[in-house]
Design a protein around this ligand. Structure first.
Ligand SMILES: [Zn+2]
Length: 120
């Protein structure tokens, strides 16, 4: 006789599910926020993706930051905060995320929403 149970503990592997490993994106949001969300200085430690703190509104932070920077922007893709310049805030220059594992590239349009740019 001998009923053999084989493959009882075999893991389900090799299920591709049509995944094409192109560029792994570290975006924590889906969909990512389309609009800037202006916050006050008290929110600085807990910035969420897309949050913006204008340095002119943050006196304590302003003093320790170079005058060429205009705001703190939390990357809308991964939430990593970075300083942005006047040009970046007003759409004159694209913003590139500072995080290594994030390919976030976007532009701020009309000081109120993000335009995501294709990353080549
Ligand atoms: Zn990012």
């Amino acid at each position: 006789m001998g009923v053999r149970k084989t493959g009882h503990k075999s893991k389900k592997r090799g299920k591709a599910e049509g995944r094409t490993c192109e560029k792994p994106r570290a975006s924590a949001c889906d969909p990512c926020p389309a609009s800037l969300h202006f916050v006050t200085e008290s929110s600085l430690p807990t910035l969420a993706p897309g949050d913006v703190l204008l340095l002119d509104d943050a006196l304590a932070a302003r003093q320790s930051i170079e005058p060429s920077f205009f705001a703190v922007l939390s990357c809308p893709l991964c939430g990593t905060p970075r300083l942005i310049t006047v040009a970046e805030f007003f759409g004159g220059a694209p913003v590139l995320c500072a995080a290594e594992d994030c390919s976030g590239l976007y532009r701020i349009v009309e000081q109120n929403h993000f335009e995501y740019l294709p990353v080549n």
